[in-house]
Write a protein that binds this ligand. Structure first.
Ligand code: SIN
Length: 313
């Protein structure tokens, strides 16, 4: 269906950033230009402009991502996925929490169409802005019928929502999928895939819950000299879940265990993930009494919060 629509949702970020000086790549303000403006200068490949439905869902620096924006995004994407007139969705987003939004959408929706998040490391006013090409690549991906799932495209590289992490604060190719490797590439307007598209989890009932306050789930870092004072403070502040960003193969400082034990006994859910950006957790029988997550700590935090937010909790 060559006429099917591509929904483009803007949420801000450096891709929509404006700076006073075209050679300044750090002293700019993110989330200034509307997503319609970002699309204006793009070559009208495959008659895209006629097929685009463009909406501004938010206008923020993604370090400030909030629950109302996630609720709007998830619901709008869910509606688009159910609409036979829509071929795919593109979301422009800041790089800083892009991996969290991608994982959140993946954990709630199970897209049978492409839902592509893209971004930029340089503001739209930079001499060598990377946003326009990233946006072109995202449109290419969203317009390719066999593509499905929540995806991230940046610097010509396609990442999946579970493995992608921002690993560099400045380079244009700022994302990595670690050991898992990338899903593919967009090259000269063509998609080259290396492995399966991500399937998603279809927990659409969660869409109804997204106006409730998100349960308080905090990340506790296990590090040299750690002790339990942070855990005590979090419990006093009403934490309902704790994710431990543990060392190595999910090992936890001795000083944290009494607090974690108290938390678990009082009904607070505890999930242990590794601080290591590469590799996978290897089963250790001594750890049987605790729950572990193979996700990065920020994604494990979302998984636990969604579990607590679910209608069953
Ligand atoms: C943001 O995450 O919104 C700002 C930084 C960026 O997009 O690179």
């Amino acid at each position: 269906m060559a006429d099917r629509k591509i929904l483009v949702l803007g949420s801000g970020g450096t891709i929509a950033g404006v700076g006073a000086d075209a050679s300044d790549h750090t002293g700019y303000t993110a989330g200034q230009l509307g997503v319609a403006q970002l699309l204006e200068g793009l070559p009208d490949r495959l008659d895209w402009q006629r097929r685009l439905v463009v909406e501004q869902v938010a206008q923020l620096d993604s370090k400030d991502m909030d629950a109302p924006t996630w609720a709007r995004l998830a619901r709008r994407v869910a509606t688009a996925l159910a609409d036979p007139q829509v071929q795919g969705v593109v979301i422009t987003h800041g790089t800083d929490t892009l991996e969290e939004t991608a994982y959140f959408l993946h954990a709630v929706l199970a897209p049978s169409k492409p839902v592509v998040l893209t971004c930029a490391m340089r503001p739209a006013t930079a001499l060598g802005a990377d946003g326009p090409q990233n946006l072109m690549d995202a449109l290419t991906l969203a317009d390719t019928p066999q593509v499905r799932g929540v995806l991230v495209v940046c610097a010509g590289t396609i990442h999946g929502p579970v493995d992608v992490q921002k690993v560099h604060p400045y380079r244009l190719d700022a994302f990595s999928s670690g050991d898992a490797g990338v899903i593919g590439y967009v090259e000269e307007g063509r998609v080259r895939s290396l492995r399966a598209w991500p399937a998603g989890q279809a927990r659409l009932q969660l869409l109804e819950q997204l106006d409730r306050p998100w349960p308080r789930v905090a990340i506790v870092m296990s590090h040299a000299l750690a002790d339990g004072w942070v855990i005590q403070a979090l419990l006093e502040q009403g934490a309902r879940g704790l994710v431990v960003a543990a060392t190595g193969n999910a090992t936890v400082h001795l000083g944290l265990w009494p607090g974690l034990q108290r938390a678990q006994e009082s009904g607070v859910k505890v999930l242990i993930a590794s601080r290591c950006p590469l590799g996978q957790l290897l089963a250790n029988p001594e750890q049987a009494a605790w729950r572990y997550s193979a996700l990065s700590p920020v994604k494990a935090r979302i998984a636990l919060a969604l579990e607590l937010l679910g209608p069953e909790s």
